[in-house]
Design a protein around this ligand. Structure first.
Ligand SMILES: C[S@@+](CC[C@H](N)C(=O)[O-])C[C@H]1O[C@@H](n2cnc3c(N)ncnc32)[C@H](O)[C@@H]1O
Length: 290
């Protein structure tokens, strides 16, 4: 790392303010330590602009507190109740981005979880988060390889964009890309060189050498994933909620974009890690990769 010069001012660090036992405040971000089933009940109805979250997938991940191996029906019933609480706190024009993965041996998981929300939400967009892709002989990104004579390596997860009506306007160009063929700009009357990037998002994990670089959490998603969801919904004055905060990626994204955020995490150590990440800020050199 290059030495800091006197001209490079250290970014002021937001204080962590304890607001009574289970709540931490870091700037515009609040972290509630506890069970989201309880904490969601304490939030006002129709108060949240968007939810970006990734629950446990019930695939036996070794979390510190939560047991990730429940009978399937119990797990789905539990998640359906959380979905009902999210529906209560979400504004009528809010967005609920739900990231759920599956395994090669159990590809139904994400779809089963999504089905639990069907009575309350419309599935407005179904996004594929691609972690690794091979193009020709080249491969990009990281994935956990499996040893199998039946299954392919599992390189993607779902991001379901649920809304109450299925008709919530989104800001497609906020996460858009330039046209490849510039003649399309005038031909189709576009105001600027930006087109919708579509519903396949290649967001690789950054290369890490240690658990500490993954914030000692076994199942985080990249901050960029949450950033894209927030920007797609629209950042203006947004209050962002993550009821399964983990090591805090969603609130890091909310803080970067100047949004208010609330995160709920059942494990006190993960909650403290999230608070530390927010307090320390993100070094500029890592911003695009984290
Ligand atoms: C898939 S991880 C979320 C990772 C997060 N997106 C990140 O990037 O760090 C799911 C998290 O939910 C937490 N959790 C499990 N049950 C919970 C509950 N009832 N209330 C709040 N958090 C819970 C787990 O401890 C775990 O950290």
């Amino acid at each position: 790392m290059a030495a800091r010069t006197t001209r490079q001012k250290r970014r002021p660090r937001a204080p962590i303010e304890a607001t009574g036992g289970a709540e931490l405040r870091i700037g515009r971000q609040r972290i509630l330590t506890g069970d989201c089933a309880d904490a969601l009940a304490s939030l006002a109805p129709a108060s949240v602009d968007l939810v970006v979250t990734s629950p446990p997938y019930n695939i036996g991940i070794a979390y510190r507190t939560y047991r990730d191996d429940r009978p399937r029906e119990q797990y789905l019933g539990w998640f359906a109740a959380i979905g009902a609480s999210i529906a209560r706190v979400l504004k009528p024009d809010g967005s609920f981005f739900l990231n759920v993965g599956s395994t090669s041996a159990d590809p139904w998981i994400a779809l089963d979880v999504a089905q639990t929300l069907r009575a309350r939400f419309r599935l407005q967009n179904h996004i594929q988060w691609v972690k690794s892709v091979s193009i020709g002989e080249d491969s990009l990104g990281h994935f956990k390889p499996i040893s199998s004579r039946r299954f392919l390596n599992h390189n993607h997860e779902a991001i379901f964009h649920f809304t109450r009506t299925g008709a919530v306007p989104i800001d497609r160009l906020a996460i858009g890309v330039p046209f490849k063929d510039k003649s399309n700009i005038a031909r189709w009357g576009h105001a600027r060189d930006r087109r919708c990037a579509g519903n396949v998002w290649f967001i690789p994990y950054r290369t890490v050498q240690s658990r500490a670089e993954k914030f000692d959490h076994p199942a985080g998603f990249p901050v960029e994933l949450a950033e894209r969801c927030i920007r797609l919904h629209g950042v203006k004055d947004a209050l962002v909620l993550d009821p399964f905060l983990g090591a805090g990626s969603t609130l890091v994204a909310a803080a970067r974009l100047g949004c208010r955020g609330i995160g709920i995490e059942i494990d006190p150590q993960y909650a403290r890690t999230a608070a530390e990440r927010l307090k320390n800020g993100i070094p500029a050199r890592n911003r695009a990769k984290i």
